[in-house]
Design a protein around this ligand. Sequence first.
Ligand SMILES: [Zn+2]
Length: 237
Amino acid sequence: MIIDSHVHLYAPEVAADPRGWAEARGEERWANLAAPVSGPRLQGWSDIDTLLSDMDAAGVEKAVLLGWYWDHLETCVEQNNWYLGWIKQHPDRLMAFATVQPRAGAEAEDEVKRAVDAGLCGIGELSHTSQGFSMEHPGWIRILELAVERGLPINLHVNEPVGRRHPGRLQDALDDYVWLADRFPDLKLILAHWGGLLPFFEINKWVGSRMSNVYYDTAASPLLYDPRIFRTVVDAI
Ligand SMILES: [Zn+2]
């Protein structure tokens, strides 16, 4: 069975006016990526019916909808609610992760509990560099402990530390993810976009011995990498 584990989907009102929708919520950072005023627009828009027919055409049986790493908890709640509605309509095809802003502290933890109790099955996609929290932020630690306690996977957006400069690429310290894997060995950690090429550092013995619960997803491969990435990373890990 093929499961696409990294799909972003938005409500129709977002596709109709992405910039207006985002600005009304103070989510300019997302607007600048998804609907820039000038420059190339890489973001495509879809709805549930198009997603399902695209999945059929590609032989994909199920998809996991991932939230965006919003600045504000209120926007996370809004997206989690879209996803709760869509997985109820298509429980045989769709699963979804809850998004959250860990800087919101106890409210963030409560939102993850609410969303997971209602049917979401993981946490993400989050980005500490974009959302502005450190790996040791107390609100983030609470989310991590909750994820371990409930067996929830966490998907993190990882930037490639070397590459073309583009608005979506913030300076990421790959060491942070190794710290996380080492500090939380029972956490199911998914590092998106090939973990920013962190897999190559698994050749380091100390790093490699700490990555047994780390998974890499291949989202955005055609935008970032030559197809050799698939074979090369498999060989590295
Ligand atoms: Zn991402």
